[in-house]
Design a protein. Structure first.
Length: 108
């Protein structure tokens, strides 16, 4: 038995063919505007811009193996950056649940 499901679009053009993916992209843009995480500015001379790329993922499938929830993310093309030119430090704090449990256990 073969179960065929839809695959995630790999390009913007593929995603634009489906209303579900267009709605997901609109929701992402609205979230970016609401959270003010992206500010468009005029670049100074001799500064190159860093592009962005859409990433598409199915979050949930319903009981009929149809897409129930689509997620689109707009991400920076980090591979185009050069250390000490485009950025000097990258810090993304992340904590594992095991670490939080350990700290709480020690505090108790």
């Amino acid at each position: 038995m073969i179960i065929l499901t839809e695959v995630d679009p790999l390009t913007f053009e593929e995603a634009m063919k489906s209303k579900k993916w267009r709605d997901a992209m609109i929701a992402e843009i609205e979230a970016i505007e609401r959270n003010k995480t992206l500010v468009l500015t005029i670049l100074p001379e001799r500064v190159k811009s860093i592009g962005v790329k859409w990433i598409f993922k199915k979050k949930k499938l319903n009981e009929n193996s149809k897409i129930d929830n689509c997620k689109a993310r707009l991400v920076a093309k980090r591979y185009a950056q050069e250390y000490r030119i485009d950025y000097t430090e990258v810090y993304a704090p992340m904590t594992r649940l095991d670490t939080i449990r350990l700290i709480i256990a020690l505090a108790a």
